[in-house]
Write a protein that binds this ligand. Structure first.
Ligand code: ADP
Ligand code: 5GP
Length: 200
């Protein structure tokens, strides 16, 4: 039987909203999804490994990736560049895998325009106070970075009206179930599966 092409799933939302936490929880036991690893000019955090969380590159290499059209989208975020390598995404979608991009709003808009079939999910914390608490609790950002991220969060909310879904990450288990349910429902769309009708 022919294989269904994978879905491109874009997740965004303020840094610290809990995207990684929720998505990792949701993907336990799901073998139909994979993560795209972005390139960034940001310096690695102590626990981050090159090629796992990000491909850490210098600004010249990042410019070269743009010039060679190696990136599906790219954007600036709090004084660093971030972008999605295109080749991996295309390969995995062709193999039938759902590919998850964790990217900010400007990049998500570029994906929405280039690939309108992409599913866009916006994650938010239950409140700005809770977001600040989580950013401090994570302990990976300086006070200046935390303030910049909180400011950027408010800017992103104002630009998010092209997303398809919102997940409020209050209880991480509930949010993970919602995320998984969206992927499952989107994968069952008639339009994407009608080719089965002629095969059975
Ligand atoms: P993001 O990927 O959106 O930047 P993280 O997944 O790194 O966010 O989460 C930020 C911090 O908030 C982490 O310390 C994480 O353990 C915590 N966190 C995530 N989800 C919840 C939740 N539902 N309730 C309380 N803390 C959470
Ligand atoms: P962080 O520095 O906390 O890892 O990520 C900062 C922001 O950059 C997050 O909002 C994250 O979603 C976004 N980001 C990570 N990778 C990419 C990417 O490839 N493209 C874009 N546009 N944003 C990204």
């Amino acid at each position: 039987m022919a294989k269904q092409r994978g879905k491109l799933i874009v997740i965004s939302g303020p840094s610290g909203a809990g995207k990684s936490t929720v998505v990792f929880k949701a993907l336990e036991g799901r073998s139909d999804c994979c993560f795209s690893v972005s390139a960034t000019t940001r310096k690695p955090r102590p626990t981050e490994v090159d090629g796992r969380e990000y491909f850490f590159v210098d600004p010249d290499r990042f410019k070269e990736m743009i010039a060679n059209d190696e990136l599906l989208e790219h954007a600036e975020y709090v004084a660093n560049s971030y972008g999605t390598p295109r080749a991996y995404v295309e390969k995995k979608l062709d193999e039938g895998m759902n590919v998850i991009l964790d990217i900010e709003v400007q990049g998500a808009l570029q994906v929405h325009e280039k690939m309108p079939e992409a599913i866009l999910i916006f994650f938010i914390p239950p409140s700005m106070e809770e977001l600040e608490k989580r950013l401090r609790g994570r302990g990976t950002d300086s006070e200046r970075k935390i303030q910049a991220r909180l400011y950027r969060a408010k800017e992103e909310y104002a630009l998010a009206d092209f997303y398809n879904y919102i997940i409020v990450n209050d209880d991480a288990d509930v949010a993970a179930n919602e995320f998984s349910a969206i992927i499952t429902a989107e994968s069952c769309k008639f339009e994407d599966r009608k080719f089965y009708l002629s095969e059975v």
